[in-house]
Design a binder for this molecule. Structure first.
Ligand code: SF4
Ligand code: SF4
Length: 432
């Protein structure tokens, strides 16, 4: 049987069967407190659908359109993927999406989403509010289709002025996502002249919070970046005491594809990080703290909602299929699968439609990769790696995919398996 065994403090020894996805408690006399693993091999790994079926989804099932309305930004965050320090993304430039390309992209989205009820259009940058007038026109244009559309703007918050607030008050179907970090904000997120951006963003947000409580409550989402778990206590204080709002997302900075100087600046001691990660996980298990849930819920959800299956079922690829539900359009009208994947990948454009050759190549590449590598890995049925993690800076999928990344993924899965068991042992109904 293909299993991994692990000890959970105060709960006992457990076994995860990687062929069926079952977790069971086992009896041991002399548990050593170590993770043990036995070899396993899935019969095969498949996509959920054939390429032809995915093609139909690309033509009828789109649900989300992300428009890169500009490559310009009024900030220079040095961890930014567009800072020029990352080899997989084009650096900031004074290039904007024309209103014509925005409307053509919306037409394409409408024509390729007839099976979808609820649609989302996100305005992304650089800093999208530098192109506010075009965003207003694009939203008005999209509303003419009389579909159920929500709109989102991913902003750094610097240009949230009275005109933007008034427009938000007239358009309750638009939400604005603003990144704000607490104490460390100015270390990471600086203006072009090098000065910090915290005060201006904080003041803009507080103005909405005090004068427009409905917009604050329903249309403003806050997100945050951290480099180290050492920042969590301050960040928590900042959000609970100053913002009085829980962030929708806390993401760890990602330095893949980044040059050495930035990497060095943001170096963290991994052992110390792991200790803190476990400490906060213990707090979360004990208290169900809503702030910490932003950090841990995704991992717990991955375990709780895993699909149970028979031993002879194939493994399914965990990544989503490019363009089967989400389309990213760059300023020049070319397509990508999402904003996080290398700029060197070109999956079509609004004039010529999808580039099926490249998309099918990606489909087959990930299939080959999974059958060669993941088929023998105990973590396959729980692994959430996606194209963003697999592709190199040139949009290729190397078979020599980093063992280090896989080890990290497997360590994370064991971490969440343990947390999950602690939570349900303590309160079986908590995850309902
Ligand atoms: S605000 Fe966003 S796009 Fe602008 S530099 Fe910072 S991370 Fe990059
Ligand atoms: S950890 Fe690596 S080898 Fe294992 S399933 Fe995930 S990507 Fe594949």
């Amino acid at each position: 049987m293909a299993t991994i065994q692990f000890d959970v403090p105060e709960c006992g020894r457990f076994e995860y069967n990687s062929l069926t996805n079952y977790i069971t408690k086992i009896k041991t006399e002399n548990s050593q407190g170590q993770t043990k693993q036995k070899d396993c091999e899935l019969t095969s790994i498949v996509w959920g659908k054939s390429f032809e079926e995915y093609k139909k989804e690309m033509n009828h099932n789109l649900r989300s359109l992300v428009l890169q309305v500009t490559r310009y930004c009024n900030l220079r965050c040095d961890y930014c993927a567009y800072s020029g320090s990352f080899t997989n993304m084009l650096p900031h430039a004074e290039k904007n999406m024309s209103l014509e390309v925005m409307c053509q992209s919306i037409n394409f989205f409408m024509q390729h989403s007839d099976n979808s009820e609820d649609l989302v259009i996100i305005f992304y940058g650089g800093e999208p509010l530098t192109e506010f007038e075009n965003i207003v026109s694009a939203v008005n244009y999209a509303k003419r289709f009389n579909r159920n559309i929500r709109f989102g703007i991913s902003s750094n918050g610097v240009l949230v002025n009275q005109r933007v607030i008034k427009w938000l008050s007239e358009n309750s179907d638009v939400y604005l996502t603003v990144t704000i970090n607490g104490k460390k904000h100015d270390l990471y997120r600086r203006k072009i002249d090098g000065s910090g951006s915290f005060k201006i963003i904080f003041d803009n947000l507080i103005k909405i919070k005090t004068s427009y409580p409905d917009i604050w409550q329903n249309q403003i989402r806050l997100i945050s970046n951290i480099n180290s778990m050492e920042e969590i206590n301050d960040l928590r204080d900042f959000y609970l005491k100053k913002m009085k709002k829980i962030p929708s997302m806390i993401s760890k900075l990602n330095f893949d594809f980044c040059d050495e100087s930035v990497r060095k600046k943001y170096f963290v001691d991994q052992e110390k990080e792991n200790t803190l990660l476990e400490k906060f996980a213990d707090d979360y298990v004990r208290t169900n703290d809503p702030f910490l849930s932003v950090l841990y819920d995704k991992g717990i959800d991955m375990i709780h909602n895993r699909g149970l299956c028979g031993e002879n079922t194939p493994g399914y690829i965990g990544s989503c299929m490019p363009l089967s539900w989400r389309l990213f359009v760059r300023v020049d009208g070319t397509f990508n699968m999402c904003e996080k994947v290398t700029d060197k990948l070109n999956l079509g454009d609004i004039k010529n439609g999808y580039n099926y050759t490249t998309i099918e190549y990606l489909y087959n590449q990930l299939l080959n990769f999974s059958n060669n590598k993941c088929r023998k890995c105990w973590a396959q049925r729980l692994c959430l790696f996606c194209f963003q993690d697999f592709l190199d800076e040139n949009g290729k999928l190397p078979m020599s995919f980093s063992e280090e990344k896989c080890k990290k993924m497997r360590d994370d899965i064991i971490f969440y398996l343990k947390m999950y068991i602690q939570i349900i042992s303590q309160d079986p109904n908590r995850l309902n």
